[in-house]
Design a protein around this ligand. Structure first.
Ligand code: G3P
Length: 198
């Protein structure tokens, strides 16, 4: 029962559609009808500029991290439960009930969740973030950077010997995000994926 409640808390935290709310109340536009249609930081940046993209990414990370942190503080903190709460937070971001279950691709929220796994062990997420940055700078495709960065984070959770539930959850979340990027992957293959300015 406790696990179910915490999974629900994780889902609710993740389902807060930060990018959607920022664009709705500040730019007075529905981000879902702009650019890629995604509610994530990259698309918010296309509409409102870099500062809003960074703010959206930070809040999307925080909501995932906060869910895992809260569960680690207020439960027995078992690895399996915390791993699951993090997965539920990302599911909340990707499939928010408030937006008819049509949400984002879970990149920032997954980085936030992985950073707070294992009672706040941020190195795998930080190194994955570094991979994200290098790939983004070299290819100028955020989608490619996001997929590479998340898989790198998952690999780093294994390299740093984090408990298995966190590693499994990290790989599952990287796979989920890759699947959520399938329209980007199709555009990459067609050569029509938008690049970010360097
Ligand atoms: O975080 C999502 C990013 O990887 C791609 O965003 O808007 O280009 O689909 P977008």
């Amino acid at each position: 029962m406790t696990a179910l409640i915490w999974c629900f808390v994780g889902y609710l935290a993740g389902s807060c559609p930060v990018g959607f709310l920022a664009t709705k109340f500040v730019a007075k536009k529905d981000i879902r009808t702009f650019g890629s249609g995604n509610i994530g930081a990259t698309n918010v940046g296309r509409l409102m500029g870099k500062k809003w993209a960074v703010a959206t990414a930070l809040f999307d990370m925080l909501k995932g991290g906060a869910a895992v942190l809260a569960a680690s503080l207020f439960t027995d903190g078992s690895d399996a439960l915390l791993a699951l709460v993090g997965v539920c937070a990302v599911l909340g971001h990707n499939f928010p009930v408030w937006l008819g279950f049509k949400g984002g691709k879970g990149v920032a929220t997954t980085f936030g969740v992985i950073a707070f796994y294992d009672f706040f062990m941020p190195l795998p997420a930080l190194l994955g973030g570094a991979v994200w940055y290098v790939v983004m700078k070299t290819t100028r495709y955020v989608s490619v950077a996001s997929i590479a960065g998340l898989f790198a984070s998952a690999v780093f959770t294994a390299c740093f010997g984090m408990p298995r539930p966190y590693t499994l959850a990290s790989f599952a979340l990287a796979l989920l995000s890759a699947w959520r990027h399938r329209a980007n992957i199709a555009r990459l293959r067609e050569g029509t994926e938008a690049k970010v300015k360097s």
